[in-house]
Design a protein around this ligand. Structure first.
Ligand SMILES: Cc1cc2nc3c(=O)[nH]c(=O)nc-3n(C[C@H](O)[C@H](O)[C@H](O)COP(=O)(O)OP(=O)(O)OC[C@H]3O[C@@H](n4cnc5c(N)ncnc54)[C@H](O)[C@@H]3O)c2cc1C
Length: 391
């Protein structure tokens, strides 16, 4: 039997569920098609930070700031709570050069109207007595927030359900054909027809794209997270090292060979259940999800450099996940010109948890031809040519 839906969302990660929520809210009939369970992909193999602190001032920070506002709204309107908090976040510096760059970063951000301030040594002492004594200072972004990504994915879908959305789980999409104005989608659980298709398959979006001969230039960028046992409160909020920004934007850092090789940088995130998460690493190794203990060691060493007392604390487990990376570090949130009715919402790299709400809202607005909440131009699919080369 064939099921019909107005909008078929392929992929039940946080992005697919955000698209389902905002689209169903506009009154459309929505079905999420997911090959495993909701949140079984990257959205359950990550951290849950929603950060402006590491965004270039301009479009990137504006888009994230808008998403932070939406997440705060969602914390009041979704039917499930998702451990939302807004404690701000900080970056710490370990040299005069980094402090100079941090000062510049704060000035640029403040001139764009963002809530940044510089921190000195004594501010760091007040932040946490576990931080290393030799740190020079750092900077703070007060608007930064945090969520449990797993719970937010489920909360978004539960919210979508209240507007009539459905989910088909354990249904793998194997073919998509367009005839007349309808898409015929074959899944391992039967056929679905739809007026619009939204490809929200994260790192698997290129595989879904291939079904319609679309080259979607998203590549998996692996990262590891270390999870501690429950501990004394080490630090009250998210802490990263300033040189993390250098790794993120592919710039040079002055660190040892192992740290450099795995792009390891301090990312400390306390959770509501009194564990903390430590990250992170960045590697291009295809879809190899096995734990790379050298990368884990590099992360642990880096974290102990900033929090020496971690050496006496225990870890519970380690996991890896794949960030959906694009060459310009921006996601694709766009209709595909050559295939009207087909949209892509994927490629959020290390920011998909934070950017899911604005992505879902933008897709709903594009489908409805409403004026968009943010300029969609920088997110268009046509910034690459048919071979996937940037134009
Ligand atoms: C180590 C690490 C730390 C991170 N930390 C943060 C952070 O602090 N803050 C932040 O904002 N982001 C963070 N991220 C990034 C964030 O996790 C991702 O950007 C986000 O989860 C992507 O969500 P998604 O819905 O696009 O993809 P996914 O969650 O991967 O969802 C895609 C879904 O598509 C499904 N699918 C694939 N193929 C098919 C098919 N053929 N048929 C049907 N379904 C299919 C998959 O099963 C999957 O469930 C981190 C990522 C990593 C790896």
């Amino acid at each position: 039997m064939t099921n019909h839906t107005e909008v078929a969302v392929i992929g039940g990660g946080i992005v697919g569920c955000a698209v389902a929520y905002y689209t169903a809210k506009t009154g459309r009939e929505v079905t999420v098609i997911e090959k495993n369970e909701l949140a079984s992909g990257t959205s359950s193999h990550c951290d849950g930070n929603i950060l402006v602190i590491d965004k270039e001032p301009g479009f990137d920070s504006k888009m994230t700031r808008e998403s932070q506002r939406l997440v705060s709204e969602l914390s009041k309107e979704l039917p499930l709570s998702f451990e939302y908090r807004q404690p701000g976040s900080i970056l710490v510096c370990e040299s005069d050069d980094e402090m100079d760059a941090a000062k510049q970063w704060v000035e640029d951000q403040v001139s764009h109207g963002l809530e940044f301030s510089l921190l000195d040594r004594s501010d760091l002492r007040q932040e946490s007595h576990y931080l290393a004594d030799d740190l020079y200072g750092g900077l703070e972004c007060a608007s930064d927030s945090t969520v449990n990504p797993y719970l937010l994915t489920y909360a978004l879908f539960k919210g979508a359900k209240t507007y009539g959305a459905k989910a088909m789980t354990h249904a793998e999409v194997t073919s998509i054909k367009k005839s007349e104005h309808r898409f015929r989608i074959q899944t391992s659980k039967g056929e679905v027809t739809a007026d619009q298709v939204i490809n929200c398959a994260g790192v698997w979006a290129p595989k879904i794209g291939e079904l319609n001969e679309l080259t979607i230039p998203i590549v998996p960028r692996k990262g590891h997270i270390l999870v501690s046992t429950r501990q004394v409160p080490v630090s009250p909020r998210k802490v990263m090292e300033f040189s993390y920004l250098m790794t993120k934007f592919g710039k040079e850092r002055t660190v040892d060979e192992l740290t450099e090789r795995y792009g390891a940088a301090l990312v400390f995130e306390p959770t509501e259940s009194q564990n903390f998460l430590l990250g992170s690493s960045r590697e291009f190794v295809g879809f190899d999800s096995s734990i790379n203990w050298k990368a884990v060691r590099a992360i642990a060493n880096r974290c102990m450099r900033f929090y020496p007392k971690l050496a006496d604390m225990n870890l519970l487990r380690v996991y890896s996940g794949f960030r959906p990376w694009t060459s310009d570090h921006l996601p694709i949130v766009s209709e595909v010109e050559q295939l009207p009715g087909y949209y892509i919402a994927a490629g959020h790299e290390g920011d998909g948890i934070g950017l899911a709400p604005i992505t879902g809202k933008l897709i709903a607005e594009l489908i409805d031809e409403q004026s968009p909440s943010i300029d969609p131009h920088p997110l268009r699919f046509s910034r690459w040519n048919k071979e996937g080369v940037s134009v």
